[in-house]
Design a protein around this ligand. Structure first.
Ligand code: AMP
Ligand code: GLY
Length: 423
């Protein structure tokens, strides 16, 4: 089989390493991939948003199966366009990807179908939004409606902050067109859990839960990032909560999408907060999370391509999806300065015995060497029967991987470990 993977980050590298294990796979193309992915797949210089070129490439190269990983091409209709040419895909069509593409859509869906989430209001005109925040309780959460690289969320601690957040999104267009519409939400508290789930529109198979570390610095301080590390499973996600989520959130969401004529097939990501009033949805993503994928897939026992094809063919109920009863920890090594300004072009050295554990996100190949080329450079994942050992092993590996100006958090998994030990 010839497989095409759209995307070029650490998540895609983790997917590709797993897909490679299937003996039917002869060739994997990554569009665009990156310097590290180039060691596991053939990278082709076609951007993930260039749908027309992706489809043309897939047809020319007689691709048997396509995996569309990032949000942008999904929302833009990459799966619809590939399917039109008869190429089976993993990922939702555009009319279902809207569950991530528009926060207003997601909130209205949850309200209509009684799925627990924060109270909210949606605004498309700035004046009404400003009027609303001038009396709304604080803290309050202000979100740009569209995709904003995970950065379109501002938690305003004061009314003044809320007013300036609305102005920056709606008047100054800090997130471009994504800010034409804003969602203003009730502020919730509680531990956050990420659950990625395979679904074919009929059956939902949640994967092992995980915990992201979104802030740049130790102790959950600093700016929001794309994610500085993850652990799986998430100790706050107990069996009891998992059952509640299945009955009140996961199945109702899949059914709601069907009822709206927007059947979701692919990986549906539930960003949850475990509040005193039970689990609530903070966000949906229409894809695998990054860097959640880098801890979830290493624990997957069942062949990934087999599961993906079962999703595409709506046979998910017929297969058993199994995970190792173990723990995983992924530490992201970033460029110093990320998520703001940082330098690129530093050589990366990865010892050969660690290649399988390193997922390259932001790196390029230059004169046969791997050099840094992004904010999040790579992730290192270790697994073990205990969380404590998984964390220790991941940090021991970090010491062996080097590049100039490397920055990483020192406390990935610390909160999870404390929560595990409390039990
Ligand atoms: P999102 O991009 O929607 O995942 O939001 C980024 C982060 O903002 C989340 O991971 C939460 O930590 C926080 N957040 C989003 N919505 C809320 C809310 N309603 N209450 C409290 N925190 C929130
Ligand atoms: N780690 C969060 C995301 O993928 O959106």
């Amino acid at each position: 089989m010839k497989i095409l993977v759209v995307g070029g980050g650490g998540r895609e590298h983790a997917i590709i390493k797993k897909i490679k294990l299937n003996h039917d796979v002869e060739k994997i193309f990554a569009l665009p991939g990156n310097g590290g992915i180039a060691r596991d797949a053939e990278c082709v210089d076609i951007g993930a948003k260039d749908i027309a070129s992706i489809v043309a490439f897939a047809v020319e190269n007689a691709i048997d199966y396509a995996i569309v990983a990032p949000d942008d091409p999904l929302v833009l209709g990459a799966v619809d366009a590939l399917e039109e040419k008869g190429i089976p895909c993993f990922g939702p069509r555009s009319n279902a990807a809207i569950i991530e593409g528009s926060k207003a859509f997601a909130k209205d869906l949850m309200k209509k179908y009684g799925i627990p989430t924060a109270e909210y209001a949606v605004f498309t005109d700035c004046e009404s939004a400003l009027e609303y925040v001038s009396t709304a309780p604080v803290p309050t959460v202000i979100k740009a409606d569209g995709l904003a690289l995970g950065k379109g969320v501002i938690i305003a601690q004061t009314r003044e902050e809320a007013i300036s957040a609305v102005k920056s999104m709606m008047m100054d267009k800090a997130f471009g067109k994504s800010g034409d519409c804003v969602v203003i939400e009730e502020y919730l508290t509680g531990p956050e859990v990420s659950v990625l789930a395979f679904t074919d529109g009929k059956t939902v198979v949640p994967m092992v839960s995980s915990m992201d570390h979104k802030r740049a610095h130790d102790g959950d301080t600093g700016l929001n990032t794309g994610g500085m590390g993850t652990v799986a499973p998430n100790p706050y996600y107990t069996d009891e909560i998992a059952l509640e989520c299945m009955n009140r959130i996961f199945m109702p969401t899949v059914k709601a999408m069907n009822a709206e004529g927007r059947t979701f097939k692919g990986c549906l990501y539930f960003g949850l907060m475990i509040t005193d009033n039970g689990p609530k949805v903070i966000e949906y993503n229409c894809r695998f999370g990054d860097p959640e994928t880098q801890v979830v897939l290493p624990l997957l026992k069942t062949d990934l391509l087999t599961v993906m094809r079962a999703v595409t063919d709506e046979r998910l109920a017929d297969i058993n999806v199994e995970f190792e009863p173990a723990h995983a920890c992924c530490v992201i090594m970033a460029s110093k300065g990320y998520p703001e300004k940082y330098d690129k072009g530093f050589e990366i050295t990865v010892p050969s015995d660690l290649e399988d554990k390193v997922f390259i996100a932001g790196a390029a190949e230059k004169d046969g060497k791997l050099v840094t080329n992004g904010g999040r450079v790579l992730g290192i994942t270790e697994t073990d029967v205990t969380l404590k050992n998984a964390i220790q092993k991941a940090y021991a590996d970090v010491e062996k991987v080097s590049f100039e100006n490397a920055y990483y958090r020192k406390d990935i998994g610390k909160k999870a470990l404390a929560a595990t030990e409390e039990r």
